[in-house]
Design a protein around this ligand. Sequence first.
Ligand code: ARG
Length: 583
Amino acid sequence: MLGGDVGLELGLRVANALEAALDVEITPDEALIRPSAPGRGADYQCNVAMSLAKRLGRPPRDVAAAIVANLDAAEMVEPPEVAGPGFINLTLRREWLEDQTTRLLGDDRLGVPTAQDGTGGRKRYAIDYGSPNVAKEMHVGHLRSSIIGDAVVRMLEFAGHEVIRHNHLGDWGTPFGMLIEHLVDLGWTSGDHTISDLNGFYQEARKKFDADPEFADRSRRRVVALQGGDETTLALWRELVEESERHFATVYELLGVKLTAEDYYGESFYNPFLADVVDELEAKGLTAVSDGAVCVFPPGFTNREGEPLPLIVRKRDGGYGYASTDLATARYWTRERGATDLLYVVGSPQAQHFQMVFAVAREAGWLGDEHQAVHIGFGSILGEDGKVLRTRAGGSVKLVDLLREAVDRAAAVVAERSKMDAAQQEAVSRAVGIGAVKYADLSSDREKDYVFAWDRMLAMEGNTSVYLQYANARVPSVLARAGKQAEPGTPVLLGVTAERALALKLLQLPAALSTATAEYAPHKLCTYLYETAVAFSTFYENCPVVHAPDDRTRMSRLALAQLTSRVLTLGLSLLGIEAPDQL
Ligand code: ARG
């Protein structure tokens, strides 16, 4: 089968039929094979006849009939039917489905190909995610970047690509003058201390900066000292950075995302390259001076008045800003690290910034035809009042508080339903609580805002992680009751509708994963997992496993249950969510 993907395999067969019948060449993708809506009687629908009719100057039903007449897929599908204006309805043959599902049981990767043997080839991705700021607590916007970025990393790695994670820590720039002076005022020259409230620390420094001209003056001189590489200043700066990194490490740990201390490539990391980046842009004739600042005006970007928009690469005062740093990231990752694909998981308000950076990097030759640069944008998290999520007091919600609350709430849900010992309960509450927060985020289209609602994200019914975790946890319990499990090679039998529907879902994992990965759209994987869990519930209610009518049926149903659990566990793990054995 083509890359384990049922739809693509059908597409290939349709493409071959078109070539034989009408001498038309299309790719399997262009055959427009889509899963049919439930209740339509067929498994897949092929829409290519409608799209080709005009080009071929023939009625779509004729094109469809020609495809059907030449389709070489008798072992795979029942004799196809042309319906409506020219759809081709395709129903998989029971024997074919049984055979494919049986094979799945012996396949470690559940039918999912790896990049090396797939079509796209293996790429080297550099992905920017997390990216909080020093001396500030992470807020919920950083939550989205961390969670979405982590899922994208896991999906790409599973697909067989090389992935380099980097955390674009905001650890450089003018605020550090006041932060360091504040540190000095508090008498912390070095050594053992912790800043328990990083936000408070930042706000105090800010307040002094605004109220006290002498402090503001010192702060400005401190910025110069920092940029000039003054050793004492750098040592103080490092204290602040390390303190923040310790805080971030606890959040990443709690969240279960893969970011570690090695993944920091903060703004300061790119600082040594900035002058050269600007020199190179100047040498290539791409810059213009506007209001004393060195700018690039990439073609196609204008403001509301239709005037060209600048990307400021060196400010009037000679300093470099956010944009220069991001140009340096593009140059660094392609030139020094050989990345083919650059991904930036950052909120949608920065969309234009990234489009401009990519445009300039292309003009400068730092991004070539072989490179893709993608801004993986996302919307805001809203409170139940539909406004940006805030605490009751009106402050911004701290990530750590939110995650701890999730675990506490999950503990209440878990305690209500099960008889686990304390240690198990704790582990399960964590898996359920953190899973709920992550899944609520990942299951909604990332481009959109979504409402953060505890009750909905912890509901046992509906598209939630706890529903998936619960479906999955039924499998080990059924295996225990059966006292055996299906070994690879166990024939799968699909005589009952619910068995067949479940098997079809299980075989659709490669297609679902390939779309979710290619579009950086974890919600498409979530939808697939949810549909699989629903198909499993129907199967479980309608098809006795332990008390199956005979042993062959029992083993086949155990195989289906095991496959479901493997699909759900793998899917959840690619979202960064645990799948406990019991719940
Ligand atoms: N630190 C920035 C913020 O909190 C995000 C950085 C995103 N990455 C980048 N390469 N610009 O808004």
